[in-house]
Ligand binder design. Structure first.
Ligand code: SF4
Length: 296
């Protein structure tokens, strides 16, 4: 890690003598000298905040766009998918923790710096029709994502965002106008679920979704359904009520099965009958684009 050249971060200011307050996500970490924020990838070095992952993707893949999942944006095309390390939430059930939480791997896995224009060249070479920010949480590498998206615009390559939506208004206003389509994870429709299972808050996520909707971006929403945690009739009803009230019933909704992993191992995998029941209920309420996934 010591040999890597780090990029100065944005969205921060000084706090007192030797601390920094990061304004990229609502956690607003106060980071003392030589310390790293909650997401694991933003470090105070001599009073300046640096991104430890700018230019250092941990994963680059060509994926079908349906895998993001996006069911109704540029179907049957391939998207050039990028992810780094780190996450600003701590979901005990994280299905992708090897990238979101496994920071020691940064030391060995990442060695080559890849500029934003090199990402565009690779996407074009791979004949991809879009670029996706995915795998880990793109908010924590927003500076890199913003630069890639700016380059992509010059090359008419749409940008896809797969995110938890936990981001500040200031960062949203710079980042989201560059996005063409997004799948936002709505992890469970209650503040208590977000506090206890994710160390985050629902209201910021809903704000992000509404902002994308106001910008008229293509939006799809994903809800990972965990038995006895976020699968109650009340929670699913509250989620659908909110979509109906604030967005519209044609928004594609993805309900996916959970599998025990990371720190939350108590539940059994989500029975497929639970997903069928949710889909039936949504259909009865005239939600037109309801998808179930991750069924094994
Ligand atoms: S982006 Fe990272 S460092 Fe910044 S406030 Fe969020 S968790 Fe903390």
């Amino acid at each position: 890690m010591a040999d890597l050249a780090f990029e100065k971060a944005r969205f921060w200011e000084k706090k007192g003598q030797d601390s920094i307050i990061c304004g990229l996500c609502p956690r607003n970490c106060i980071i003392r000298e030589s310390k790293i924020g909650f997401c694991g990838v933003r470090k105070n070095i001599n009073g300046i905040l640096y991104s430890l992952v700018y230019g250092y993707p941990a994963a680059l893949h060509v994926d079908p766009i349906e895998k993001k999942p996006l069911a109704m944006f540029m179907p049957e095309t391939y998207t050039f998918s990028i992810g780094t390390f780190g996450c600003n939430l701590d979901c005990s059930f994280c299905q992708n923790f090897t990238l979101s939480k496994n920071f020691p791997e940064i030391n060995t896995a990442v060695t080559e710096r890849i500029s934003s224009s090199q990402i565009i060249s690779k996407a074009i070479y791979a004949k991809c029709r879009s670029i996706a920010f995915t795998y880990n949480e793109p908010t924590v590498w927003a500076e890199y994502a913003i630069d890639i998206a700016t380059e992509a615009k010059k090359n008419n390559l749409p940008i896809v965002l797969v995110s938890n939506g936990f981001i500040t208004q200031k960062a949203i206003e710079e980042f989201y106008p560059l996005i063409d389509a997004a799948n936002i994870d709505m992890k469970g429709f209650s503040e208590n679920f977000y506090e206890t299972m994710c160390k985050g808050s629902l209201k910021h996520v809903l704000n992000s979704i509404k902002y994308l909707y106001q910008l008229k971006k293509h939006i799809e929403l994903t809800n990972l359904v965990i038995p006895e945690k976020n699968d109650s009739e009340e929670m699913i009803k509250a989620f659908l009520d909110w979509v109906e009230r604030e967005l519209d019933k044609s928004i594609p909704l993805h309900f996916s099965a959970y599998f025990p992993t990371y720190k939350y191992l108590e539940s059994q995998p989500t029975p497929k009958e639970t997903l069928f029941k949710i889909r039936e209920y949504a259909w009865k309420r005239n939600f037109t684009n309801v998808f179930i996934g991750n069924i094994r």
